[in-house]
Write a protein of this length. Structure first.
Length: 241
């Protein structure tokens, strides 16, 4: 797929020089292929209802407009996603790019998808064993849903994804991209499969702030030269076609 990001992340990811509140929001109507930045909402896993509170450092993402200009694809590299999910023990090299498809007219996220492999320690009574689970998430701002109270499945605490009509469902409000702030909240499930076991949980990674990069930072990223303020370098820039 054209425009896929190939990024080498250093061990420590630093925040962009300018805070998110001061950065210019990403311009959906600008057709120029370019690097942009994204910060994900990363409140504690046991608080899925917390929104717009705690954000990750900035990760670079590749912005590419479709030829008809009706949609925009913004891609965060699989390596960056593994860095974001480091506490969940991702299998190195297993994650796809996290690709967001925006409607340029409405700001709706038509789709935001990724897949990969996580490693878990499962429990059944006194027995403990390690497994690898294939995960797949598909989010949008047109999805209606929420999360149920936490439950433990084989030693893992999860918040099942649910329909808002369910009696014990806490509904979450999806929000299309806001051009004045860069904020967006897409919702949907993440499905983990290990052998015959399949778990469908609420995915918190659809809440984010997208911003433009400073011209200097974008120019340096395009050359493949590491940027101290970003905390990462680019091994090869994506094709500009």
């Amino acid at each position: 797929m054209p425009g896929l990001i190939r990024i080498r992340l250093v061990a420590t990811l630093l925040v962009l020089a300018a805070p998110a509140a001061q950065a210019e929001p990403m311009h959906l109507d600008d057709p120029k292929p370019r690097w942009v930045a994204v910060r994900f909402e990363v409140s504690r896993a046991d608080r899925p209802g917390a929104t717009d509170a705690v954000y990750s450092p900035a990760y670079p993402a590749w912005f590419a407009m479709a030829p008809d200009r009706d949609t925009v694809l913004v891609s965060v590299s699989g390596q960056a996603l593994e860095q974001l999910l480091e506490s969940q023990d991702p299998l190195a090299g297993s994650f796809s790019d996290f690709v967001w498809v925006f409607d340029t007219r409405t700001g709706h996220v038509l789709s935001a998808k990724f897949s990969g492999t996580l490693r878990h320690t499962l429990e059944l009574g006194p027995a403990h064993w390690r497994v690898e689970s294939d995960v797949h998430a598909q989010l949008s701002t047109r999805t209606v849903g929420g999360f149920e109270p936490p439950r433990r499945v084989l030693g893992l605490e999860i918040h099942p994804f649910c329909e808002v009509s369910a009696a014990n469902c806490t509904p979450m409000s999806a929000r299309p991209y806001a051009s004045e702030s860069g904020y967006v909240h897409a919702i949907g499930p993440i499905v983990a499969t290990a052998g015959l076991t399949k778990i469908r949980s609420y995915c918190p990674l659809g809440e984010a702030i997208f911003t433009e990069l400073e011209a200097h930072d974008e120019a340096v990223l395009a050359t493949g030269t590491p940027i101290e303020s970003l905390g990462q370098g680019v091994s090869s820039p994506p094709p500009r076609n």
